[in-house]
Design a protein around this ligand. Structure first.
Ligand code: CA
Length: 504
C-alpha cells in the first residue's frame, strides 16, 4: 500500500511537470485504492449509504459519473460498486408558511418515495429514517413538527402512529422496498419534543406499532449517538425496562467524536447479546480531502475536527476506504452475526458549483451562484426559510454542503476509487445475484442460461456460477428465470437482484 501510494505521488508529480497549467486534484490521481476482504458473519450484511440530498442536488444541476467519467444514475453507480442498501431521512413538513423549503434536501415523504423507488430499481432496500420533526433532529434538538405543537402525549402518539403508517404506505406504493424503519433520528436526548424516558418509550412504541402493522418483515430501528459515553448502554437498558418493541440497536459513529472502534464493537455487542437485538451503525463518514469545494465550510477541515486519537486514516481516498472497511469490520465483530452492517452518511452530497482553485471575484461570483441554488432547490444543509422553524441554528448558519469532502464523488460528480470498498470487502468470488453466466451484469443472457440448465441442455457456464441465478434462494429452477424476466422489464419482485454478494 505504501509503495502504491508513492507510485501515485510520483505519477502526479510527473503529470504536473509535463502539464504545468493543469490543476490535477490529488484524489483523481489516486486510482489504486485497495481494501482487504472481511469474513462476513451475516449473509445480508448491510453496506449501505444515505443519499438523502441527491434529488435536490440533481435539481441544482449536479450530474454523477462512474469512475471512468461516464454520466450514469447515481443509484446505478452505487450498486455497481457494491452498495446494497439506501437510507433516507424524512421530515414531516420542511416548508415555511409561504411554501419555501427549509433545505437539507427538502426531504419530505414524497422525496423519500422517489429515492426509495430509484434504489429499488437497482435491487437496493430502503431504510426510512423518520426524524419526527420538520427539520434536522439530532442530540442537540428534537423539536416536534409544527402541526404537533400543543398536543398532549397521547395525541402526539396517535399523530406519530398515523404519520408513520401513511408515510410508509406512500413510500411502498411508489415502488420502494422498505427493509427497516428508524423511529427517530439520533434520539439520545429525546424524540419529537419529549425527553423523559417514559414519554419517549410511548412514542417509540407508537411508531413501532405502525411498522408492525405495515409489515412483519420490516425491522424497527432505534438510533442513538455517542458510543464513547457509557450512557448509551443505559439507553439500551432503558429500552428494555420500558418494554420498547424494536429489533435493531443503532448508533452513529464519527471517529472524530465517537471513541475507538473496539469500544464501538463492545457497545453494540452489549445491546445485541444482553437484549437479543441486532446492532448496526446508522451513520459514519470520513474525508478523502480536507479541501472545501462549494464555499460552505466543512465539518472536518484543517484545524476543525481533523485531529484526535481515532482519526486514524489519511485524508485520501485510500484513507476514506480504510475507515469504511474498519467500521464494517467493527460491526461484523459483534458476536453471533448480530452486527447487521453500516450506513455511510451522505456519500454523494457534493458541491453544486465547484469553487476549487477560484479566488477573488471569480470565487465570490461562484459562491453567489451556489447560494441561489441552495435557496432555490434545498441542495445545501439549510436554506434561509428554515429560520421560521429553527431560528438559532439553521436560520443563522444556513448554506451549502458541510460534507462535500466526505463524499465518494469529486466536485464534478466523478466517482472516487474509494467507492469500490463497498464491493472489495466481499473479496474474490463475489458475484451479483442473478448473474447466472458470471458476466458481471444481470441481463437476458442469464435468463437463457437458467432455462438451458433447467432443460438439461449443456452450457459452458460452470454449475457454481449458474447457481448465482438462484434469486429466490431455494435452488435453481425456471421460477428464477421468470423472476429475472420480470426484473428486466421493470416489475421486479423484492429480491436483491443485481446486488453484490459474498461468494463461498
Ligand atoms: Ca463545503
Amino acid at each position: 500500500m505504501r509503495r502504491n501510494r508513492l507510485k501515485a505521488v510520483v505519477s502526479l508529480i510527473l503529470v504536473m511537470i509535463l502539464c504545468p497549467t493543469c490543476v490535477v486534484p490529488f484524489a483523481a490521481a489516486q486510482t489504486d485504492v485497495t481494501a482487504q476482504p472481511i469474513d462476513i458473519k451475516n449473509p445480508d450484511f448491510i453496506r449501505g449509504m444515505d443519499v438523502s440530498s441527491v434529488i435536490a442536488l440533481e435539481k441544482s444541476g449536479v450530474v454523477f459519473r462512474n469512475e471512468s467519467g461516464r454520466t450514469e444514475d447515481v443509484f446505478k453507480i452505487l450498486a455497481d460498486n457494491g452498495v446494497n442498501y439506501i437510507r433516507v431521512r424524512v421530515w414531516n413538513d420542511p416548508y415555511s408558511a409561504d411554501g419555501r423549503g427549509y433545505g437539507g434536501g427538502n426531504n419530505d415523504v414524497n422525496t423519500a418515495a422517489q429515492i426509495g423507488k430509484r434504489a429499488a430499481g437497482y435491487g437496493m432496500k430502503l431504510l426510512v429514517d423518520f426524524h419526527y420533526s420538520d427539520f434536522w433532529a439530532d442530540p442537540g434538538k428534537q423539536k416536534a413538527p409544527k402541526r404537533w405543537s400543543g398536543m398532549s402525549l397521547d395525541e402526539k402518539c396517535t399523530a406519530l402512529y398515523n404519520y408513520t403508517a401513511a408515510s410508509l404506505k406512500t413510500i411502498r406504493d411508489a415502488g420502494a422496498h422498505i427493509g427497516m424503519v428508524q423511529i427517530g433520528n439520533e434520539t439520545t436526548q429525546g424524540i419529537a419534543g419529549e425527553n423523559s424516558w417514559q414519554n419517549m418509550a410511548k412514542l417509540y412504541n407508537a411508531g413501532s406499532q405502525a411498522v408492525r402493522d405495515f409489515s412483519r418483515d420490516t425491522l424497527v430501528v432505534i438510533h442513538y449517538t455517542n458510543p464513547e459515553n457509557s450512557y448509551i448502554k443505559t439507553l439500551a437498558d432503558f429500552l428494555h425496562d420500558c418494554q420498547v418493541d424494536y429489533d435493531v440497536f443503532a448508533t452513529s459513529y464519527y471517529p472524530c467524536w465517537h471513541g475507538s472502534l473496539s469500544n464501538l464493537t463492545e457497545v453494540l455487542d452489549y445491546a445485541a447479546q444482553k437484549y437479543n437485538k441486532f446492532a448496526m451503525v446508522c451513520e459514519t463518514s470520513y474525508p478523502y480531502t480536507l479541501a472545501d469545494s462549494d464555499g460552505h465550510g466543512n465539518t472536518i477541515a484543517e484545524g476543525n475536527n481533523n485531529t484526535g486519537e481515532n482519526m486514524l486514516w489519511d485524508f485520501t481516498p485510500q484513507g476514506q476506504a480504510d475507515e469504511v472497511r474498519a467500521v464494517m469490520n467493527a460491526v461484523n465483530a459483534v458476536e453471533g452475526g448480530k452486527g447487521l452492517g453500516m450506513f455511510y452518511w451522505e456519500g454523494a452530497w457534493i458541491s453544486v458549483g465547484d469553487t476549487t482553485g477560484l479566488s477573488g471575484d471569480a470565487y465570490t461570483k461562484r459562491l453567489e451562484q451556489n447560494k441561489q441554488l441552495w435557496e432555490r432547490d434545498g441542495s445545501g444543509w439549510a436554506a434561509s426559510a428554515s429560520a421560521e422553524y429553527d431560528p438559532d441554528d439553521a436560520g443563522v448558519w444556513y448554506g451549502g454542503s458541510a460534507v462535500d469532502n466526505q463524499a465518494f464523488f469529486l466536485p464534478d460528480g466523478t466517482a472516487l476509487p474509494s467507492l469500490r470498498v463497498f464491493r472489495d470487502v466481499l473479496g474474490e468470488g463475489s458475484y451479483r445475484l442473478g448473474d447466472a453466466d458470471g458476466s458481471g451484469v444481470v441481463d437476458i443472457i442469464d435468463v437463457a442460461c437458467i432455462q438451458r440448465k433447467c432443460a438439461n441442455i449443456t452450457t459452458k457456464v460452470a454449475d457454481n456460477i449458474l447457481l448465482h441465478g438462484d434469486v429466490d434462494g431455494n435452488g435453481l429452477s425456471l421460477i428464477d428465470a421468470t423472476i429475472l424476466q420480470r426484473y428486466l422489464v421493470g416489475t421486479g419482485l423484492p429480491y436483491p437482484i443485481g446486488i453484490w454478494m459474498q461468494g463461498e
